[in-house]
Design a protein around this ligand. Structure first.
Ligand code: HEC
Length: 475
């Protein structure tokens, strides 16, 4: 799907204000508190801040990525596995000082050497600061790992971000302080089968200050769509999908040994919070194994256009597939896990019908299969989140399912929607304005309320819907 570019209003100045309030080096206000070293002594928070500035301004990100998560040139500095030394502040400092040249003692498989001090000219104070920062990265990641018991009640979600334009959306999202950010795909509009180009597009996103800040403060979970996968409306026919998957996982900090790097496709799931307040996030991959789409003739496509409809036809072939068997099997297992609220992220809309654009309705048998699976597993608390449509809608499916099935379809975060087309499951109005989704769950109520909104970049409410958790239970 393509989006129409639109200049964003300049009146938006939140970021500039933030910047003024936060001169370089004053990032501390935003950084989560850094835990004390195991030995008792704390890494000096001021040193950590200075170190962050030296790190990002220096050579380190080339081989260890923006936040130390590593890439194919250098190892992850945020995990618990140290290739050299015991992970103490002293050992980290020594590693930075000596570097790692080819020959004895190399433990990382990449072909790059690390020069002493990363080849930079640094004095003792700089090295102390850099060591403090690198050491704190690993502590922060460890703290993040235990967060799965945290009750999550503020979630932002969205997709479709043109990396060649400004992205003030991140400042708006930052101000809402979401605990979790769900990326529904098209995080970069790359459309390329050149992996170097693809990485370059991600670098542009990483360089957006608001995005980088949000990434420091919140946890991101992401799936992809056609343009960060590789080609407009592509599926299993995209030849570089395996490579694109690794680039995607590198960018989203997937650990090197993870199952998600070995499977076909980027689907994944995670749960947060204790029983009674348990949130499950299920991210599907509607690209990797998706079969061919059927198109109408050029004349019919032209005839559909004024009605805001896309060029696709339902493909009801028995073998038409949206997900691989492997993913279906995995999904069944996930839906059998206990959870109170389940947010199922599908890159393309599920409930919308019939639009002619990319959606599950283009493969009616697969669509029905998902409905049956949800019913067979008696999975309660399901809400769908989707993107990649030419407009934004809140849709509700009432028939064919034991409870109302909501699908919240967000638009691009910095481009205007192309058209507004038909959708017989639409509730309320539609919008073409750039937007993102925001959800608040009030777990303190006996029957928790879930408030869902699509908000504009200036943080105005565009579409909204409240749902009670009890309304999402199979009867
Ligand atoms: C040209 C690539 C490159 C650059 C630039 C670079 N590193 Fe490295 N770094 C590596 C590689 C490769 C290793 C792993 C060496 C090995 O074990 O084979 C490494 C290892 C490390 C380690 C030890 C990790 C462990 O698991 O024990 C630390 C700490 C580190 N680098 C920090 C830094 C910092 C800080 C900078 C910036 C000043 C930096 N590096 C710049 C490539 C680089």
């Amino acid at each position: 799907m393509r989006y129409i570019p639109r200049m964003l209003p300049l009146r938006f100045s939140l970021r500039r204000r933030w910047r003024r309030a936060l001169p370089l080096g004053a990032v501390s206000v935003l950084l989560p508190a850094v835990a004390a070293p195991a030995g008792g002594a704390a890494a000096d928070p001021e040193a950590v801040e200075r170190g962050a500035v030296i790190y990002r301004g220096g050579t380190c990100p080339v081989c260890h990525h923006w936040e130390g998560q590593g890439n194919r040139r250098g190892p992850d500095l945020t995990d618990d596995e140290w290739l050299h030394g015991d992970g103490s502040l002293t050992a980290v400092r020594r590693a930075i000082e000596t570097g790692f040249r080819h020959g004895a003692g190399r433990r990382f498989a990449g072909k790059y050497e690390m020069w002493p001090l990363g080849g930079m000219d640094l004095d003792e104070v700089d090295v102390d600061a850099l060591a403090a920062y690198v050491w704190s990265l690993h502590r922060r990641r460890r703290a993040a790992g235990t967060r799965t018991r945290e009750v999550v009640s503020r979630i932002a979600f969205g997709g479709g971000a043109d990396q060649d334009r400004s992205q003030p959306v991140w400042d708006t999202v930052l101000a809402l302080r979401p605990q979790l950010v769900l990326m529904l795909g098209n995080s970069v509009l790359a459309e390329t089968d050149d992996m170097v180009q693809l990485r370059r597009q991600y670098d542009k996103l990483a360089a957006k200050p608001g995005f980088a800040e949000l990434r420091r403060q919140s946890r991101f979970l992401a799936t992809w769509n056609d343009l960060d996968f590789g080609r407009e409306d592509a599926g299993a026919d995209f030849p570089r999908r395996a490579e694109a998957q690794q680039v995607f996982l590198d960018f989203w900090n997937e650990p090197h040994g993870s199952q998600r790097r070995r499977q076909s496709g980027v689907y994944t799931a995670q749960r947060f919070g204790p029983p009674g307040r348990r949130l499950q996030i299920i991210l599907l991959d509607t690209r990797y194994d998706r079969g061919p789409l059927w198109r109408v003739s050029a004349e019919e496509a032209a005839e559909r256009r004024p009605r805001g409809m896309g060029p696709y036809l339902p493909n009801d072939h028995a073998r038409a597939r949206m997900l691989s068997e492997e993913q279906w099997h995995w999904l069944r297992e996930q839906l059998q896990q206990p959870a109170d609220l389940r947010l199922v992220v599908t890159g393309i809309p599920f409930v919308m019908e019939f639009t002619g654009w990319e959606s599950w309705a283009n493969m009616p048998l697969e669509r029905r299969r998902l409905l049956h699976l949800l019913r067979d597993t008696s999975a309660g608390g399901v809400l769908l989140l989707s993107g990649n449509a030419p407009w934004s809608d809140i849709s509700r499916l009432d028939a064919d399912f034991p409870y109302p099935l909501w699908d919240i379809t967000t638009g691009s975060m910095n481009l205007r929607g192309v058209v507004i087309g038909p959708n017989r499951h639409r509730v309320g109005s539609s919008t073409r304005e750039p937007n993102f989704g925001y959800m608040e769950i009030d777990w303190t109520e006996a029957d928790p309320t879930i408030r869902i909104e699509l908000r504009s970049i200036a943080n105005r409410s565009l579409l909204r819907q409240s749902v009670r958790l009890s309304e999402l239970q199979p009867k």
